[in-house]
Design a protein around this ligand. Sequence first.
Ligand SMILES: CC(C)(COP(=O)(O)OP(=O)(O)OC[C@H]1O[C@@H](n2cnc3c(N)ncnc32)[C@H](O)[C@@H]1OP(=O)(O)O)[C@@H](O)C(=O)NCCC(=O)NCCS
Length: 149
Amino acid sequence: MPDPSLLIRDARLDDLDAIFEIEQRSFTDPYPRGLLKAFFYLPGVYIVAVSEGKVIGYAVGIVRYESLGHVVSIAVDESMRRKGVGERLMKETIERLCSKGTKRVRIEVRQSNIPAIVLYTKLGFTVEGKIKRYYADGESALLMYFNVK
Ligand SMILES: CC(C)(COP(=O)(O)OP(=O)(O)OC[C@H]1O[C@@H](n2cnc3c(N)ncnc32)[C@H](O)[C@@H]1OP(=O)(O)O)[C@@H](O)C(=O)NCCC(=O)NCCS
């Protein structure tokens, strides 16, 4: 069921601990805290999902160059998944990137990551390529793109 108290807002530096916790719980190869902090200083979008005052998810999209946006991370705390939070975060990231002039949005995803692939496909992303052995453990990534209409 959708969460009526769900709020999406700009991430703040004081959200970093919560973001890093979600990152560590969500990925086998989490980004270091310093990199999650560095994203605050890049052009793009850094948002969090907040429920009952608690950060339960986040997304980061960077502007690679004028017309290309790149979603570099998105995650929802495990206990809060399948409630529409990831979809809200991704839609908001795309919208905000578009308002900065993005015409295409890129994302890489582990080829075994069915929840993420289904979500991106639902939102209109298509697979345009595969990057072999993209991840440290040797798994390949699907390269998916969303084209703004
Ligand atoms: C991918 C992720 C962000 C999705 O977040 P979420 O809040 O659970 O997703 P939503 O509830 O918004 O789901 C939206 C749609 O995505 C698809 N989806 C999400 N989880 C799914 C699952 N486990 N199996 C199949 N489809 C799934 C469905 O189409 C769903 O729509 P529906 O509920 O109407 O069927 C979340 O699973 C996550 O944080 N995973 C770990 C981190 C990660 O892998 N990030 C992506 C890196 S590329």
